[in-house]
Write a protein that binds this ligand. Sequence first.
Ligand code: GLV
Length: 329
Amino acid sequence: MKKIIAYERVEKPVLEYLQQKYDVQFFKNIDPKTDPEFLEQLNEADGIIGLDLPVDNELLEKAPNLKIVSNVSVGYNNLDLEQLATRNIMATNTPGILTDTVADTIFGILIATARRIPELDHFVKNGEWQQSIESEHFGTDVHHKTLGIIGMGRIGQAIAQRAHFGFDMDIVYHSRTRKTDVEETYSATYASLDELLSTSDFVCLITPLTPETEGMIGKREFELMKKSAIFVNGSRGKTVVEQDLIDALTNGEIAAAGVDVFEKEPTDPDNPLLKMKNTVTLPHVGSSTHETELKMSELAATNLEKGLNGEKPTNLIDPEVWAQLHKGS
Ligand code: GLV
């Protein structure tokens, strides 16, 4: 029977399905570098399915039978693709099915930050609403403002769709490649990063974390933003220099921030971002609805099974590995 490691997040029905067909061990809240049971299973594992397991050289050295790593996420910054390719190990992710859910979350954070929804919710629940509210509790309009989107992949486009058709926003975007279809559909304007930063009322970061994007938003970039700007990070914590974000908020370089992701996750309870009134902080739940998490687990399981059974997985991250494995066949 093939051996599978399930790590951190695989929805229960999918886990049960896999357990009927494979020898599956589920690990959660462990240190994958030292946990003895994990390391024992890793030594024999044919496949891994899960969320955010750091798959690097050190782990791969201990996984001599591994054939596929199936991420239950669209992001794959946890994977060392070079090391995987060197060993001809396939890797897959779950793009597409989470796009609308993540875009909803990002837009929710954007509105929540602009209209100060969590802060005012506490205000009411704490019994502080004793008389009619004053301008000190007013928020900022979202509709008809300028939204800068950094990263115009599937999720960036779904955010643009909401902003353009739902909120009559002007859209400026920056991305590795220009997308003329997006420009036409959402009346979006391509801009350099600096131009986007200095002209947007809302700056929304939704680019994947890569060596090129790591720390791409820091002190200089916050200084370029309007003092009234609201910054939203829905990508990965490490695309932003978190201390610079804290400083920018503290020094009034920007007005507010909404973040779903942190440099370190879970973030420390004493992170200054959690103490500020002008931040909205979520525990990395962009795609976390019951419906979408289930779909992601199902897609990841399908990718895993295909890989283990010699079929081409639908969502191969590096198709070259498949080509190498099937050279001459
Ligand atoms: C979520 O952050 C994902 O990468 O799927």
